[in-house]
Design a protein around this ligand. Sequence first.
Ligand code: NAD
Length: 798
Amino acid sequence: MSRFQVRKVAVLGAGVMGAQIAAHLVNVKVPVVLFDLPAKEGPKNGIVAKAIDGLKKLKPAPLGDVADAALIQQANYEEHLELLKDCDLIIEAIAERMDWKLDLYKKIAPFVSPNAIVASNTSGLSITKLAEVLPEELKPRFCGIHFFNPPRYMYLVELINTPTTRPEVIDQLESFVTSAVGKGVVRANDTPNFVANRVGIAGMMATMIEAEKFGLSVDLVDDLTGKKLGRASSGTFRTADVVGLDTMAHVMKTMQDNLQSDPFYSMYATPKVLATLIEKGALGQKSGGGFYKKVGKDIQRLDFATGEYVAGGKKADEIVARMLKKPAAERIKLLRESTNPQAQFLWSILRDSFHYVAVHLDTVADTAREIDFAMRWGFGSSQGPFELWQQAGWKQVAEWVKEDIAAGKTLSSAVLPAWVFEGPVADNGGVHSAAGSWSAAEGKFKARAELPVYQRQAFPESLFGEGAAEPLKAGTELFKNEEVRVWTLDGEVLIASITAKLHLISPTVTEGLLKAVEIAEAGYKGLVIWSPDDVFSAGANLEALMPVFMTKGAKGIAPEEKKLQDMMLRLRYANVPVVAAMRGLALGGGAELAVHCARRVAHMESYVGLVEVGVGLIPGGGGLTYIARRAAEMAAAGNANADIFMFLKDGFTTAATAKVATSALEARKNGFLLDSDVVVPNKDELLFVATAQAKAMFDSGYRAPLRAKFPVAGRSGIATIKGQLANMRDGGFISAHDFHLASLIADVVCGGAVEAGSLVDEEYLMALERKHFCSLLEHPKTQERIMGMLQTGKPVRN
Ligand code: NAD
């Protein structure tokens, strides 16, 4: 059977989106060629080259490793169209003009290879209309691929087919975008603005209208419609500022131009305040002002009445904030019944969103699942509108919406569709069921797509009402304490999930992991350390050690620390492979845990670093021992005379400056990941890949590394580092305490006061770690840093 393969991708258009899409393809190791118009002056690739250069400075960083910018191949339409012949996927992301896009399609058509997929990233144009100019043989391979900005970080990609798109083509694309690019795919119908922007921007417009009705200021609305409501923390108006008010207006215009017969049409008018801001050139964050403006250190808000910027920061009434913490059914009832205008406003916008999605479900998407996922992945909501409605009590909420429609309180007089009140949805109590999600167009529940790629996701994101297995309750449980669950899904590989807050490593976690190794060795092929959320481990749990410290002082800590170190070595020398499935934060003790595993399988978005100096400590769970050992290993792998010190410098600096890698790719550069480790683009495939790795290692005859002594840089290494540190201290670049911390780190990574080349073992280095770690606990400056961090969550510089 031939398999669809994407050997290379062409991205057409090196603007905001095209350049960043190209960058993300490089992140996930897909070869990419980026095209733009030929420059009128200078080198013909000038426009593309400038765009690629811009990627290196852009925040948040589109590239996992800025050096990878060089891997994006540069091209222009005048000289390089031939390059398209090698591409299996062509993503068009040029300016949003139908005529320009059509011209470009005509130009590239002769160069598109016979099986290549061509897809447009348009936000607002009809994919079906774009397809019309294509040669017949290309039409079955054309569709929409709608990335969200910034494409590296936004999980959502909408795929849109036309009546002529061949179904296998879009399935192939969905598989590639999910697994190789690491995204969450939503299939959208070819209706204006597709799903996320249609529902999301309509929701923002409704919010603006209701805010005006209730006379609420932008800062208050944002506080009410942000985290407290389970939505993106930037709320409504700040989100608009971030997106860009001109972009918002553009999306609105698409609705104004194309949705004349929509029952919500009157809601699509550009709000006057938005039009005025745009006229003034206040386009939001990019122009320095919008609904908010930064004035000195303050963020001021727009006052609707006067058009002036005034002091902001207004927060929700305490009573409303409390209502928002209640379970869904109670929350919505309280909001609706309250006479507080803020609560009334919140009920109104929720009601408007339920009303809107119910009326539009049959046209914008195949099922309710698409709408809910689009709102989660494209707008940062913790729940989509349908699942919230379902959770709050389908029938009751439906009645309330109906009442408000009848009372003329809603933004459209359109009645709710009949399926809301009778038939399978009403019987089920909502649109999501074990059989699938409701398709209003087809009048039935439809199961999820069964593409093979989804079998790689043991626990895909699930919606309320689907009754999906919960990872921390699934499988067979073999051991559990308060902070670790040890279980298996397949009976072959054991899984240890840390359940503590931020997965901080406490003595309880240590105990759980030790137990896990024991069980794994007795009857499993390997152990995977994995948790179903986006943190691997934020470090050691300092608070858990407080009572010991208070009663016994630093001396009491040493044995606890030794237990932690012993656990690390136990993982490293286990008879079965231990695999760290990393995602999100792996800091301090979390990074130490990862490096002591036999292998790491890391999601692209892994943030790894030894950050202990931030709290006035040094890595004391084997992190520095690891740096010393790796330096010796690298020196040994190079040439026999290689100086260990050369390999030590980077590791030392990483620990001494608490450098945190901002991607798995950077973590590899910083020495936390090895070449043999695996980087996984899709977060939901992490467990699958880690398990596969553990099995493959076991099946290939895995044996733990032999315990060996290795050479260290010794006294002379310490002297060299300290010489440089003294210069930095004397030059005022680092504080005296930083100097002290860095000197202690140097002492451990160089193996203490021994001759260069002396052979040491891990236990010896770990004893040095302990000695310095405990001495620091008694240091007043360190105590200041720890207390500061525990109290404010921010590092203290002293
Ligand atoms: P942009 O203005 O930043 O870049 C457009 C690029 O198109 C430029 O590099 C320009 O040189 C090139 N271009 C202009 N005219 C051209 C022509 N006649 N032929 C070939 N190339 C030409 O635009 P953008 O924001 O990156 O948007 C690109 C596409 O992506 C649009 O269709 C837009 O709707 C869509 N989109 C944008 C966003 C966003 O947030 N910006 C999000 C999703 C989708």
